[in-house]
Design a protein around this ligand. Structure first.
Ligand code: BMA
Length: 307
């Protein structure tokens, strides 16, 4: 109430505490989708060994979540596909009637892992979509010109001090190519690197893309969220973009935690009838939070702060 920001926070934040499972050190940077009569998700749970693992979670209302205590077991149909050394920052995308999970997978360095599920119980790994070093693989929720499309952010093996968003295309979700450059950081808040956030939201004007943008301050990285509009048919073309961020670490739970000053959106659930959007974001690499916005508010922000 009374917020003039393009995203307003749930008063129930953080909606998932760091100790949501008996062994979790933090639950953050996670993905949620409508599923059955409620919601399902894939959660980044770093455990108390500080191993980065993916867990499923379920919710009736999208706010109260039961995160499974044990990590996802990925079935690997082709023994040539290596078992992930770790997994973090998942996204879930409903595409061609199935749920695809993309995540940053340990494959001799960070790469883009890809798996599919129909029921959030059995997950089958597909070939890693992109080579190391890469993070923030995000699928589009429908084929465009017959092709599956994925955003990603080529990186290095560490706390990458650079990075633009690229797009890759595929007929079969195994072979990816026709790579296109999408966007680079422009403003100070996104000057170090940017990376796609939630699965893009389709509007009549284009694909709404929420993304994270990083500034390097005297005391380290500061992760913000921004918004851009990608072309409907050629989504590597940026049609509009807001110069001002839409979310920045201002609340205590975003400013204090294992990695301070991080907001990191990984999922957005949109209601087409009303244009309302719920955004799930990780805060301070520790907890999971919820913010709300609307299609109208995001377009209004891009208009108020043109890039
Ligand atoms: C990035 C990723 C994110 C994390 C962020 C801030 O490189 O590892 O998972 O939220 O750093 O630590």
């Amino acid at each position: 109430m009374g917020s003039h920001d393009p995203i307003w926070r749930s008063s129930r934040n953080p909606i998932i505490p760091r100790d949501a499972t008996p062994t979790s050190n933090g639950v953050f940077n996670s993905a949620a989708v409508p599923f059955g009569t409620g919601f399902a998700g894939v959660f980044r749970c770093d455990d108390r060994h500080r191993r980065m693992r993916l867990h499923t979670g379920f919710s009736g209302d999208g706010v109260s979540w039961q995160v499974k205590p044990e990590p996802i077991f990925f079935e690997i149909p082709d023994p040539q596909i290596e078992k992930p050394e770790y997994g973090y920052d998942p996204r879930v995308c409903r595409l061609d009637g199935r749920y695809y999970v993309t995540w940053c997978t340990g494959f001799h360095g960070p790469a883009i892992g890809l798996a599919v599920t129909d029921d959030f119980a059995r997950f089958e790994m597909i070939e890693n979509a992109l080579l190391p070093y890469n993070r923030n693989g995000v699928l589009f929720p429908r084929r465009i010109g017959g092709k599956a499309m994925m955003l990603s952010r080529p990186s290095d093996n560490g706390h990458t001090p650079f990075g633009d968003i690229f797009l890759s295309q595929s007929d079969d979700l195994v072979h990816w190519g026709k790579h296109r450059h999408v966007m680079a950081g422009i403003q100070p808040w996104e000057s170090t690197k940017i990376g796609a956030g939630p699965v893009p939201i389709e509007t009549t004007e284009g694909w709404l893309l929420l993304y994270h943008g990083v500034l390097t301050s005297c005391s380290g990285y500061v992760y913000h969220a921004g918004v851009a509009l990608l072309d409907l048919e050629q989504p590597w073309k940026v049609r509009r973009r807001a110069a001002a961020y839409i979310l920045s670490p201002h609340e205590t739970y975003e400013r204090m935690g294992d990695v301070p000053n991080v907001v990191f959106p990984c999922a957005a659930i949109a209601d087409p009838a009303t244009g309302r959007i719920a955004v799930y974001y990780g805060a301070a690499d520790t907890v999971t939070c919820l913010g709300f916005t609307t299609v109208e508010a995001l377009f209004g922000h891009m208009e108020a702060f043109p890039s």
